[in-house]
Design a protein around this ligand. Structure first.
Ligand code: CTP
Ligand code: CA
Length: 223
């Protein structure tokens, strides 16, 4: 896809998208991960491209292939994702769709951990940096619009509203990731958009439709 002469409401706008899970190593052959497929982040990047944006796409090891036409940065861990995000700034807007691992294994082993009769390994964790909060709270050079996601299993609107305030982002796209919704890893999403105006529940629709609606809102907000 040729991006240099893009037309559309987002032409000339640089937008960062994070996507996919992160993998946090335990040893060279094992890691901690989560069920994110990267489908929603990828669909958002595609929708932004269709509206003419220049898209910087920072992705963990996702199931879904990254879109053609983005500036692609592949990472494994949360700390690598933070570094890639910071290197991509400044941007006009940033959408943090990645399911970043909250914890990493303290002192991952550089050798494969072997079974030992009579003992079990114990993992200790450190908290990962919060990439969204770091960017949303930048004193200088903050993107004009910072959009986070909130994966919740209960009290979705309450939790996501608190998350928006705590992190300092402009919008939160909240979704219900209880296994019975089939959203995590599935084709559809049912989101509530939380802005300074309040909570707006969108009907359940395909992830591509969610992405298109979000990209249009973003274009309107960036004006
Ligand atoms: N996020 C991030 N860096 C992290 C953790 C989360 O950038 N280390 C971002 C996600 O990409 C998402 C938003 O923060 O846009 C919310 O992620 P979520 O996991 O729902 O929130 P947490 O603050 O990690 O809270 P919790 O998992 O305890 O609900
Ligand atoms: Ca989390």
């Amino acid at each position: 896809v040729e991006r240099h002469f893009a037309a559309g409401p987002l032409a000339g706008q640089r937008v960062l998208v994070t996507s996919g899970p992160t993998h946090e190593p335990i040893d060279p052959v094992r890691y901690i991960a989560n069920r994110s497929s990267g489908a929603q982040g990828t669909a958002i990047a595609e929708a932004l491209l269709r509206l003419g944006a220049e898209v910087i796409f920072v992705t963990g090891p996702a199931d879904v292939a990254p879109p053609d036409g983005v500036a692609l940065h592949r990472v494994e861990t949360a700390r690598q994702m933070l570094d890639a995000v910071q290197a991509a700034l400044p941007v006009d807007a940033a959408v943090f769709a990645a399911a970043v691992a909250d914890w990493r294994v303290r002192e991952a082993s550089d050798r494969k951990i072997k079974k030992q009769a009579g003992t079990l390994p114990a993992l200790h964790f450190d908290e990962n940096p919060d990439i969204l909060a770091t960017v949303a709270q930048m004193a200088t050079g903050r993107p004009g619009l910072v959009v986070g996601f909130a994966a919740e299993t209960n009290d979705v609107v309450e939790n996501a509203t608190a998350k928006r305030a705590r992190k300092g982002c402009d919008w939160i796209v909240a979704n219900d990731v209880r296994p019975e919704t089939g959203i995590m890893g599935g084709a559809e999403n049912a989101v509530t958009l939380i802005t300074s105006e309040g909570a707006e529940a969108w009907p359940r629709m395909g992830k591509r439709a969610v992405a298109e609606r979000l990209a249009e809102r973003l274009a309107a907000a960036l004006g």
